[in-house]
Design a protein around this ligand. Structure first.
Ligand code: KG4
Length: 337
């Protein structure tokens, strides 16, 4: 079954053709990152307009790349939530017209379910149940993936997402947007151990997390240094910051694995590209004899292939939608469209 898949929830327009949920036939992406970097973050209105400009040509590119004509497409999958509402609406409207004109089913896909499904593309042997750590620019969740379309949130951030914390902290260190990758590179240049940063815990919810205090601590350190004319050890701060994020994430996902008895853990989302977090997850899983799935870097960020992968399993579960399907800025991963 060949699925034409659309993703437009943030600043990446992505269209892919995926066969039977596991084989990527094409994966076309138009990134807007350079444009938003001028403003130090994503400007929602600009993101929507750029999606409109890119999506038709990108669809042709994806079809050509897959060696497909329109009549080869069996279904259309699309991110319908969560994300920047105007941006999601562009992909959703285009996908609706594609499904309608091709006369094929329309499959709504939750963006975070898509990130998790990136693992099905990278690891053909991976099947639910497993535990997922979904860490992206807008979401930070520990999820029990009981089945392909049956997911329960075990823990999550109460405030900022891990990626947002990276981006805002990187900004005060003078790094370009999006700050995750530059922060990762800078952190590699130091062993850290210079700055004491706060850790957090949520009373009565040991798997929940908070990143806003950590972000504020980095912002305050940078501003204080500026005010008193002190030179910051930027590399050490990047390292200590990344270690602090990792120390929030890794013990919690391991605790969730112990609680649920899951032996397999899959990482997902842009922050899962972080080299220190990847190393710490590897070490923790090796110590506790759990199998870790870390998608390659290109599948960690937003892409259309992951939507096609999850779309296949949504279709098998009977989750298709009519033309009344709406977009949502926020939506629980456990809910159906
Ligand atoms: O999954 P993603 O591409 O988009 C969302 O769905 O949000 O994630 C983007 C986030 C950004 O905050 C970016 O800074 C972060 O992923 N990121 C990283 C790294 N690469 C990207 N964070 C830490 N280390 C990295 N190497």
């Amino acid at each position: 079954m060949k699925i034409l898949a659309f993703e437009s929830s943030c600043d990446e327009t992505a269209v892919a053709v995926v066969e039977d949920g596991r084989h990527v036939l094409s994966d076309a992406i138009a990134s807007q990152v350079d444009l938003h970097a001028l403003y130090g973050g994503v400007v929602p209105e600009i993101a929507s307009r750029k999606h409109v400009e890119a999506i038709a040509a990108l669809t042709e590119q994806a079809l050509a790349g897959a060696g497909c004509t329109r009549s080869d497409i069996d279904a259309v999958a699309v991110t319908y939530a969560p994300g920047l509402i105007g941006a999601v609406l562009v992909g959703l409207s285009f996908a609706k017209s594609a499904a309608f004109s091709l006369g094929v089913p329309l499959i709504p896909v939750h963006h975070i379910r898509g990130h998790i499904a990136a693992n099905y593309l990278a690891f053909p042997e991976l099947e639910p149940p497993f535990l997922a750590l979904a860490i992206s620019g807008g979401n930070t969740l520990i999820i029990d993936v009981r089945d392909y379309t049956d997911m329960v949130i075990l823990g999550g951030t109460r405030d900022d997402a891990a990626g947002e914390c990276f981006d805002k902290s990187a900004r005060v260190l003078g790094l370009p947007y999006p700050g995750g990758k530059p922060m990762d590179d800078l952190a590699q240049q130091s062993q850290g151990g210079v700055y004491r940063l706060p850790s957090s815990h949520v009373d009565g919810a040991p798997l929940d997390m908070s990143f806003s205090g950590l972000k504020t601590a980095v912002v305050n350190l940078a501003h204080h240094a500026q005010q008193v004319g002190e030179e910051l050890d930027r590399a050490a701060l990047a390292r200590d910051f990344t270690n602090a994020v990792s120390d929030i994430l890794v013990p919690r996902v391991m605790e969730a694995a112990r609680q649920t008895g899951r032996t397999r853990i899959a990482a997902a989302g842009g922050v899962a590209a972080n080299s220190i977090i990847r190393a710490n997850l590897r070490e923790a899983c090796a110590r506790e004899n759990r199998t870790l799935y870390l998608p390659p870097l290109r599948l960690c960020g937003d892409n259309g292939a992951m939507i096609g992968a999850q779309g296949y399993y949504e279709y098998l579960a009977g989750h298709t939608a009519g033309m009344e399907l709406n977009a949502y800025a926020t939506r629980d991963i456990g809910e159906q469209a």
